[in-house]
Design a protein around this ligand. Structure first.
Ligand code: SF4
Length: 541
């Protein structure tokens, strides 16, 4: 086997790569529809790679989208996509849908599932976007995993092992009979129930491969908790990964022992790790084991001083917090659960620990936002800057437009127009950059595309299939060719009685609960965080 130069370099710098013999095994290509650099920091992708390869009769190899239209090959053995029995996509971001299409088009495998036959690989997908609303991609896939891979893959693999050589229709019928497996072509209208792991201690969710060539390079990633208790009304993680679950201290310690064989650095991941009831003790134990720890982001409340101290002692320089909105009014509306006072206290604690770089995440275009709310972002940021300057810390802001997501209470709401978003972003930049505050922002144009795809329906697959390169002009042209209007998808409030494209799926959260949450948002009422198993309000537990 001869690998190209980049592949050879990548493989030589990796630790933990799994090489298996193809003989007698079902070959599965696990595809991340973005670059190696981004994909290798995705813990979900790494987990599925480890899980699939834990089966003796399966060989799983990775494929990444790296731009260019040439045929894609697996990293481990450079086999082309056509050689695999199964192509399994792991999809985390709507804007990667374009790369999904490009990857399939770069092969000789027909793009649409209906055009494939028994000789083609089975094309499947999972990941957060698929769990929320797979409809814009549904015509490309034979089947979709609605839920957490650890909960669905074991039964799926059993069916695949028996039926992959047989008739495709029979295989699809067998797959469709399992919970959490959505076969768009055979769907009978009964919502497919999202599946999740009851006890996350039953499965390790850690880095399998370490490489310096990725965003979180050289860090052994460990999932501390899954889901989130807080239920911010715009947030996918807060709804589609319910209920909130956390790992036991002992299992985390055992994972850390494995991680420390690779190096000193451990990355603690989870949407709300601060809610782990024994986080202080975990950090103490890891520090005693000699680990340097880092975290993806922290909630403003609760924010533990012991954890901040552990991070500072580990040499971590940057802390990320997400106030999301400048005004308390909007933070009530989105159910953020933090006051101005909480933010100031958090900033003081961070500065006191000597953490010198603070990243703040805000959204613009939140429901009912006015220019005054944007002024409040400016006032809050400047007040925080004055506070942290005393400790010689630096502040950067990341601004993202609000994009309504399927499965959340804000799923019915429109996006703010691109003109208003651009105006508000310019206001923030003009007011804050001259004060030495660096601002990073998502593209307004691409955020609108994200909005179309996040609440989109099956008709969008035709537009995706007609893309000629990934550009806004090509997207507009493709929509026009399919007589589709972006405003219909993004700038429209969807009535409660309209059938939603993603109603083929049942996330477990009752529709009535989402409606009530939206009603409370409009009244500015907050909902208390889930009380773990005792709550039972949304229907999941
Ligand atoms: S705190 Fe809010 S924004 Fe963060 S993960 Fe939980 S629900 Fe989402």
């Amino acid at each position: 086997m001869t690998w190209d130069k980049t592949t050879r370099r990548r493989l030589s710098r990796e630790q933990g790569t799994i090489f298996k013999d193809w003989g007698g095994r079902i070959p599965i290509a696990l595809i991340y529809p973005n670059t190696y650099y981004i994909g290798m920091s995705n813990l979900g992708f790494q987990t599925i790679y480890g899980l699939l390869n834990s089966y003796d009769n399966i060989i799983c190899e990775r494929v990444f989208w790296e731009g260019g239209s040439g045929p894609k090959k697996s990293l481990e053995s450079e086999h082309p996509l056509e050689d695999f029995a199964v192509l399994a996509f792991s999809i985390s971001y709507e804007l990667d849908y374009f790369n999904v299409v490009e990857i399939l088009k770069s092969s000789t495998i027909p793009l649409f599932a209906a055009e494939r036959n028994d000789s083609h690989p089975l094309v499947i997908a999972g990941g957060p976007c698929i769990i929320a609303n797979p409809e814009p991609l549904a015509p490309f896939f034979d089947c979709l995993a609605i839920g957490e891979g650890e909960a669905i893959l074991p039964s799926m693999l059993e069916v695949l092992s028996e039926g992959i050589q047989g008739k495709r229709d029979e295989l699809l019928r067998a797959l469709a009979s399992y919970p959490g497996v959505y076969v768009p072509r055979l769907h009978d209208g009964k919502p497919v129930s999202r599946q999740w792991v009851r006890n996350i201690d039953d499965f390790a969710t850690t880095s399998v491969i370490l490489t310096p060539e990725t965003e979180l390079g050289g860090i052994y990633l460990m999932e501390v908790a899954r889901g989130c208790r807080w239920g911010c009304r715009f947030c996918l993680a807060g709804y589609l990964f319910r209920p909130f679950r956390f790992r036991s201290l002992d299992s985390l310690q055992a994972q850390a022992e494995t991680g420390l064989k690779y190096g000193k650095r451990l990355g603690l991941l989870g949407a709300a790790i601060s809610d782990h009831p024994e986080l202080d003790e975990l950090v103490n134990r890891l520090r005693h084991m000699g680990a340097e720890i880092s975290v993806s982001s922290l909630r403003i409340r609760p924010l533990s001083r012991a954890v901040l101290r552990g991070l500072a002692e580990s040499g971590m320089k940057t802390v990320s917090l997400a106030p999301e909105a400048g005004s308390e009014r909007l933070r009530h509306l989105i159910n953020k659960g933090v006051s101005d006072k909480d933010i100031f206290e958090a900033i003081d604690d961070i500065a006191a620990q000597g953490l010198r770089q603070l990243k703040l995440y805000f959204m613009i275009g939140l429901p009912t936002e006015t220019d005054e709310d944007v002024d409040d972002i400016i006032k809050l940021t400047l007040a925080l800057k004055r506070r942290i300057e005393r400790a010689r810390s630096r502040l950067t802001l990341t601004i993202s437009p609000f994009v309504p997501k399927a499965g959340t209470p804000f799923q019915w709401l429109p996006m703010t127009s691109a003109e208003i978003l651009s105006h508000r972003l310019a206001t923030l930049k003009n007011s804050l950059e001259p004060n030495g505050i660096e601002i990073k922002s998502d593209s307004i144009g691409w955020s609108m595309v994200q909005g179309v795809l996040s609440r989109g329906d099956r008709r969008l697959a035709q537009a995706l299939s007609r893309m000629d390169g990934k550009s806004l002009s090509s997207w507009r042209r493709a929509l026009a060719e399919c007589s589709l209007d972006a405003h219909y998808y993004v700038n429209r409030e969807i009535p409660f009685d309209e059938r939603l494209p993603w109603s083929n799926l049942d996330s477990g959260v009752e529709l009535g609960y989402l409606e009530r949450e939206l009603g409370k948002a409009h009244l500015g009422e907050e909902t208390a965080p889930c009380q773990l198993a005792e709550c039972q309000e949304c229907g999941v537990c």
